[in-house]
Design a protein around this ligand. Structure first.
Ligand SMILES: Nc1ncnc2c1ncn2[C@@H]1O[C@H](COP(=O)(O)OP(=O)(O)O)[C@@H](O)[C@H]1O
Ligand SMILES: [Mg+2]
Length: 146
């Protein structure tokens, strides 16, 4: 499934659609080059979940956890991960027991990520867009919100 993201409003709508389906235990893998809009989409998802504080890019902390009315959501940026096993120290398993995780640069720890994740690939080569892939229950995104 491909979603056009011509402007920030389109990213906000996609973020709201993902937030509406997000459950405890879910991981959303945000792939794409630097500047493709991964952090912007993570912010849109968090905002739709009711997070009204500033959401910095977790470039140096690698993970930042937010309380939401439904469950905590951990926002990861694995760009600076030194080795995949470092992800264990960052508490991904616990984060997914407690709530959901949004993960930028999942390629850094591919073999340690849940197989049932929603993968969102952000592309900017022609017009900005996202391709979505994941378990069947995410397919209703198209008809419900986007
Ligand atoms: N759908 C969009 N339309 C226009 N600009 C966007 C869109 N999504 C993101 N941007 C802009 O692209 C820039 C990089 O976004 P960012 O989310 O930081 O990328 P990444 O986390 O992938 O490096 C920001 O200035 C952001 O405002
Ligand atoms: Mg980013």
């Amino acid at each position: 499934m491909t979603v056009a993201l011509p402007d920030l409003a389109a990213t906000a709508a996609l973020g709201a659609a993902i937030a509406g389906q997000l459950d405890r235990g879910d991981a959303v893998l945000l792939k794409g080059d630097l500047g493709s809009g991964k952090t912007t989409l993570a912010r849109a998802i968090l905002s739709a979940l009711g997070v009204d504080e500033t959401v910095p890019s977790p470039t140096f902390t690698l993970v930042q956890t937010y309380e939401t009315p439904r469950f905590p959501v951990s926002h990861y940026d694995l760009y600076r991960l030194k080795r995949p096993s470092e992800l264990d120290e960052l508490g991904l398993d616990e984060a997914l027991d407690d709530g959901a995780a949004l993960i930028e640069w999942p390629e850094r720890a591919e073999d340690r990520l849940p197989p049932n994740a929603l993968t969102v690939h952000l592309l900017t080569d022609r017009e900005r867009r996202a391709t979505l892939a994941g378990p069947a229950r995410w397919r209703s995104l198209e008809t419900t919100h986007v």
